[in-house]
Design a protein around this ligand. Sequence first.
Ligand code: SF4
Length: 311
Amino acid sequence: MTAEGKAVDGKAVDGKAAVTAGAEPGTGRSLSPSRAGDFLTCPLLYRFRVIDRLPEPPSPAAARGTLVHAVLEHLFDEPAAGRTPEVARSLLAPEWDRLAAQEPELAGLFESDAERATWLDEAAGMLDSYFRLEDPRRLEPAHRELSVRTVLASGLQLRGYIDRLDVAPSGDIRIVDYKTGTAPPEAFEARALFQMKFYALVLWRAEGRVPRLLQLMYLGSGEIVRYEPDESDLLATERKIEALWQAIERARESGDWRPRPGRICDWCAHKAICPAFGGTPPPLPEPDLPAPVGDADLAAATPAAGPQAAT
Ligand code: SF4
C-alpha cells in the first residue's frame, strides 16, 4: 500500500495528533494493550504495575527499544530523499542524549563509554534491519506515535499509542508497530497480534473504518508479520477485552491477584516480592484510589514479556 494522501482525522493532544472518541481521559476505567497483555501474562504483574504502581528500573533492552522507536519516529521528519541508513544512524546519539536528559535514570545504565558504545551499535543494527524490511523514502506516514482512544458501549475506555499509521489515497489504513525483539514462534503469534487488533478496534470504534492491514515489524529478526482484520475479528477482540476487564474487576474486588510464573519472570522487576519465588507483596493500597487510567507508557520503559516482546 502506498502510504500517502488522506489522513485519519487527528486532533492535537499534548502537541501530538490523536484519534479520540467518547469521554475525556480520566473519567472512567481504562485499559491499554500493554496492561491487557500484563494481566493475560500474569495478574500479579498487572497488580504491581497498575494498582501498586511500583517503579521499575530501566533496562538496556527496554531503553534500546525506546531509542530505536524515537529514531524511527524522527527519521520521517527528514525529507523523503534523506531517509537513509546513514541519516538514521546519525540520529542515534542525539536522540539518546535527548532521552537521557528527559529521564536521568537512563544515563546510569552503562558503567563505561565502551559499554554504551556496544549498546548503541546494537541499536544501529536494528535500524539496519529496519532498512532491509522497507524503504522509508517511499513512505509518507499519516501519523507517528498517534494517541488513540475510544470508549466502548460498556463504558470501558481503551487507549494506546500507535507507532505509525499509514493511509493510502484510497483511504485504506495500515497500522505499523515496531518491535525490537524477534518474531514469536507461530504458536504465540496470536498473542502478538492481540495488541494490533486492540488498536484496530479503537480506530474502528473511533473512526468507523476497519484498518486494512496490521503490520508488525520485528527488527531483532528482520521479519514482518501482516494481518488483514475484518469486522468479525474486531468484534471478537472487543468481546475478549470486555471479558478480560471483567476478570480484572473481579481480581480488584477480591484482592486475588495470582502470580502466573513463566518465562516473563526472568525479566520481571518484582521477582523479589513475588510469592511464586518466596517473596511477599506489599499490602494492597486503599481500594478507593482513583481508577487507573492509561498506563500507556510503562511499556515503553519495560519489556512486556522479555526480549521477544520488547518494543
Ligand atoms: S515474577 Fe513472574 S509470577 Fe511473579 S509477578 Fe513477576 S511475572 Fe508474575
